[in-house]
Design a protein around this ligand. Structure first.
Ligand code: CP3
Length: 347
C-alpha cells in the first residue's frame, strides 16, 4: 500500500484551476535513482535501452505511484528520445546526461533532423504509454523537451554550464537557429500528440535550461517556437505544463507561450510568482529538492511554507522545484506526499 491513496481527479482539476478535494502532488524524477527498486531493475546500460523496453519502462513508471501515492505519473522516457530515434546520434551517459558524437554546427546538420514517425520510430514509447494508461490509477503525464533545451544538447554535445556555443549560434546565425528550433518544435509536437493519442492525460514541456537566457533573447529567439508547440497541442484538450529552472526573470514570457500550468523552481516563492503572472495563474512547484536532504522538521517547515504561499489557491500542483536528487531518502518524499495530502485549502 502506498503511504497515501492517490485520488483520480485532483491533479487534472488543479491543472484547470478548478476546485477539488486535496492538493495534488507528484515529483519530477520521481522514478529514478533515489528508489532502491529502480536501481534493482534498471541495469547498467544506457537509459535509452531501458526506455526501449516497454515492460521495464512501465514498471519503473509505476514504482513511485505505489510507493508515494502521487497523484500523477510521469512517463519513464527522456527528452532526447525523439532525436535519438531519428538517428541524430545522441546517447545518455550515466552520471553525465545527453552526449552527442557530432554536435549540430551548420545548415547541413538540419538534414540529420527528419520528421518523427512515432509508430515507426518510437513504437516502444507508445506501447509503454498504452500499457500505463490501462494500469494506472492516476493520470499519466507525457512530455517532450522544449526546442531550446533540446537544441542546447545538440549544439553543445554535452551538458553545459554556460551554453556558450548555443548562444553563439543563436546570436550569430539566426536563420539557422530558427530553422533548428522549427525542426525541434515539430519533433516535440509530433511526439506529444502521439503520447496523448496513446493515452497520456496531461503534457509537460521541459525547457529546463531556458533560464540561461536574458528576457529579450528568450522572447526573440525561443518564445515563438515554444508558443507553437503549445498551440499545436491545444486541441487535444489535456492540461499543458511548461517548466524551466532559474526562470524567475522570464516567467511572464514563459506564461505567454500559452500553457495551462507554469512550473516554478524554488527560487521564486509561489506568492511572488502570482504577483508576476497574475492572481489566476495555475502553478506547479516548488519545494527545493535539496531541502529534502535536511532533517525532517526542516522538510516539514519547507512544505508548509510552499502551501502557505499558495494561499489555498485551487490552481496548484505540488511538486519539487526541479528533479528529485538521487541521494534523497524515499521515506522523506513519502512523508512530503502525506503532508501535502493532509493539507486542506485555507489551512
Ligand atoms: O520521473 C521522471 O521524471 C522520469 C522521466 C524522465 C527522465 N528524464 C528519466 C531520466 C524525465 C521527465 C526526463 C527529462 C529530462 N531529461 C530532462 C528535463 C527534466 C530536468 O531534469 O530538467 C533533461 C534535462 C534530461 C536530460 C538528462 N537525462 C539528464 C540531465 C540526465 C541525468 C544524467 C545523470 O545520470 O545524472 C538524464 C538521464 C536520466 N533521465 C535519468 C533518469 C531517471 C538518470 C540516469 C539513469 O537512470 O540512467
Amino acid at each position: 500500500m502506498p503511504a497515501s491513496t492517490p485520488a483520480a481527479d485532483c491533479f487534472l482539476a488543479a491543472c484547470r484551476g478548478l476546485p477539488h478535494d486535496r492538493t495534488p502532488v507528484w515529483f519530477m524524477r520521481q522514478a529514478g535513482r533515489s528508489l532502491p527498486e529502480y536501481r534493482a531493475i534498471r541495469g547498467t546500460g544506457s537509459i535509452l535501452d531501458a526506455i526501449a523496453d516497454p515492460e521495464l519502462a512501465t514498471e519503473i513508471t509505476l514504482q513511485p505511484i505505489r510507493r508515494y501515492g502521487t497523484d500523477a505519473a510521469i512517463l519513464y522516457s527522456d527528452i532526447v528520445v525523439p532525436v535519438h530515434a531519428i538517428g541524430f546520434g545522441v546517447d545518455v551517459r550515466p552520471g553525465v546526461g545527453p552526449v552527442v558524437d557530432q554536435p549540430f554546427e551548420r545548415a547541413a546538420d538540419l538534414d540529420r533532423l527528419r520528421p518523427l514517425d512515432p509508430e515507426a520510430d518510437t513504437p516502444y514509447v507508445l506501447e509503454t504509454v498504452r500499457s500505463l494508461a490501462a494500469e494506472l490509477p492516476v493520470p499519466l503525464i507525457g512530455f517532450a523537451g522544449a526546442p531550446f533545451t533540446v537544441a542546447s544538447y545538440l549544439i553543445e554535445g554535452a551538458p553545459s554550464r554556460t551554453y556558450a556555443r548555443t548562444k553563439a549560434l543563436m546570436l550569430g546565425d539566426p536563420d539557422l537557429w530558427f530553422a533548428l528550433l522549427d525542426r525541434l518544435a515539430d519533433l516535440a509536437i509530433t511526439s506529444l500528440r502521439s503520447q496523448v493519442d496513446a493515452g497520456a492525460r496531461a503534457l509537460q514541456v521541459f525547457d529546463s535550461w531556458a533560464g540561461a537566457l536574458a528576457p529579450p533573447d528568450y522572447e526573440r529567439y525561443v518564445l515563438p517556437a515554444s508558443r507553437r508547440v503549445f498551440a499545436e497541442v491545444a486541441d487535444l484538450d489535456v492540461p499543458r505544463i511548461h517548466f524551466g529552472v532559474g526562470t524567475g526573470e522570464i516567467l511572464p514570457l514563459m506564461a505567454a507561450a500559452g500553457a495551462d500550468v507554469v512550473g516554478v523552481d524554488w527560487r521564486v516563492p509561489l506568492d511572488e510568482a502570482r504577483r508576476r503572472l497574475g492572481p489566476d495563474a495555475v502553478l506547479q512547484g516548488n519545494l527545493d529538492p535539496a531541502a529534502c536532504l535536511a532533517p525532517v522538521e526542516a522538510v516539514e517547515a519547507a512544505v508548509a511554507d510552499v502551501l502557505r504561499r499558495n494561499g489555498g489557491h485551487p490552481g496548484h500542483v505540488f511538486n519539487l522545484g526541479h528533479g528529485v536528487l538521487p541521494e534523497t531518502d524515499p521515506g522523506i518524499l513519502g512523508h512530503v506526499a502525506d503532508l501535502v495530502h493532509a493539507h486542506r485549502s485555507g489551512d
